[in-house]
Design a binder for this molecule. Structure first.
Ligand SMILES: Nc1nc2c(ncn2[C@@H]2O[C@H](COP(=O)(O)OP(=O)(O)OP(=O)(O)O)[C@@H](O)[C@H]2O)c(=O)[nH]1
Length: 306
């Protein structure tokens, strides 16, 4: 641009508009949205990609400020960012979730630069917008996959153990009680063998949903393995943990899941319980596991305390 970053505001408007069709063609050719504003924050112009992006023709844009175009919350963010750039001229880059004028949500990355007039005073800003909605969607998908189990939507083992470890360290510092349950669905192989793997999957979702409904919001429920779940009960001593474990076991045993039109199947849980008594985390998990093994040996469908 021959603007030399140093034009008077009025010169700039003239330069960009009819006297400079080539410049307009140039910016219109750019596939990313570009806009420019004066020092008061009024739009001086934009390219075609920006018109499409905000879904507004440039005639309706020029001369207006953000408060006349967007909701106040978004306008406040834009105005504050513009003000900061005018006060500290140079470059500015930030990401923001926005709503278009037609109400679509987009994630965007702004690259803004200030420009000065012939007296070297800041005369306005030029902004370029990169639509990073797809990139954000993929990022969120990756985080979701890395955090949750695809089938049940519960925390997966890796992320679950991270959170259990964090809570363990916190409980150690604050001396709050906490208890750990290992829960395993009884004879689950039979479900697969008798009804097929898809029904088995549906059953795991059903069981996870049911457990989610029994536990409290602050508890951490993890799909630990195939048909095995870990539950960390926060601020819960052994007596209360036993009650909660019995509730999980009882609620699951009394419910049935529909299979096909006429059949209903039910499930039971074996549960091992261990409570924090200053043992290290791996030891606590091992104890709950040992108690689960004991519950399986005692004919299943029961809770054993280590
Ligand atoms: N459908 C389905 N089945 C799974 C999944 N993960 C594990 N399983 C099945 O769970 C069954 C576990 O079997 P076992 O370890 O023998 O235990 P069990 O039959 O539950 O018997 P007990 O634990 O001793 O009561 C196996 O048949 C696995 O294939 C899954 O994601 N979907």
């Amino acid at each position: 641009m021959n603007m030399d970053n140093s034009l008077l505001n009025s010169e700039l408007i003239t330069f960009i508009s009819s006297n400079s069709p080539l410049l307009q063609v140039l910016v219109d050719t750019m596939p990313v949205p570009i806009f420019y504003k004066d020092r008061k924050g009024c739009y001086l112009g934009c390219n075609r990609a920006f018109e499409e992006f905000i879904e507004l023709p440039r005639d309706e844009l020029i001369g207006r400020n953000v408060y006349q175009l967007y909701d106040k919350e978004l306008a406040d963010v834009y105005a504050a960012a513009d003000r900061e750039l005018m006060e500290k001229p140079g470059k500015q880059v930030y990401e923001k979730q926005i709503r278009t004028l037609k109400g679509l949500t987009r994630f965007v990355k702004f690259h803004k630069t200030s420009f000065v007039d012939s007296q070297q005073n800041v005369a306005g800003i030029i902004g370029i917008i990169f639509d990073i909605t797809e990139q954000k969607r993929l990022e969120m998908q990756l985080v979701r996959h890395a955090t949750y189990d695809d089938l049940t939507g519960l925390l997966n083992r890796r992320e679950g153990l991270n959170r259990v470890s964090e809570r363990y360290e916190l409980a150690k510092r604050t001396a709050e009680p906490f208890s750990l349950l290992m829960m395993d669905v009884d004879h689950f192989k039979r479900v697969n063998d008798q009804h097929g793997h898809l029904v088995g999957d549906k059953a795991l979702k059903f069981i996870a949903e049911l457990l989610r409904g029994v536990i409290r919001q602050e508890d951490i429920l993890i799909r630990y393995g195939g048909e095995e779940f870990m539950l960390l009960l926060i601020n819960v001593d052994e007596a209360l943990a036993l009650e909660l474990a019995e509730s999980c076991r009882f609620e699951l045993a009394r419910r049935t899941m529909k299979v096909g039109k006429h059949q209903e199947i039910s499930f039971t849980l074996s549960i091992g319980l261990s409570s924090y008594r200053e043992q290290v985390l791996t030891e606590l998990i091992h104890e709950a596991d040992t108690a689960l093994y004991e519950a399986k040996n005692r004919n299943r469908n029961n809770v054993c305390i280590y």
